[in-house]
Design a protein. Structure first.
Length: 131
């Protein structure tokens, strides 16, 4: 015989797991104002492929209507992030056309790809141009 308290606890744990999973999915897939601003900056320069932090890459792709191909980088690094990422989304660049930089990874991006030709500030991010 299962006690009602055990059933209620099980239900709450299940509901909590769904809420957490939905929150993670929203964080990963939500375009948001930063992604929309970055896409606008990229569009002004006709940039359609480059690299960005994992947490920026998906929202930028989505906000662009899948027109901008962004290789995700491991959070806070300049290393390609192929875990939980479609293989087709990962491209190994010696110097990408652009890199979306944040405070967490801008120095690492410049260490890996060199000094950019131009830096464009864009809503809490910087677009490092290498073309």
């Amino acid at each position: 015989h299962v006690k009602p308290r055990c059933i209620l606890t099980g239900l709450l744990v299940g509901v909590n797991s769904v809420i957490v999973a939905c929150g993670i999915n929203a964080r990963i897939t939500n375009d948001g104002p930063t992604a929309n601003s970055v896409v606008a900056c990229l569009s002004q320069k006709n940039l359609t492929e480059g690299v960005a932090d994992y947490w920026d890459a998906g929202p930028i792709r989505s906000a662009s209507g899948w027109a901008v191909a962004v290789t995700p980088l491991a959070p806070g690094t300049a290393d390609n992030f192929s875990w939980v990422t479609k293989k087709a989304w990962v491209k190994d660049y010696s110097r990408p056309p652009f890199a979306v930089a944040s405070l967490a990874n801008s120095q690492k991006l410049m260490e890996r790809f060199g000094e950019p030709n131009q830096i464009i500030p864009c809503k809490g991010r910087s677009i490092l141009l290498y073309e």
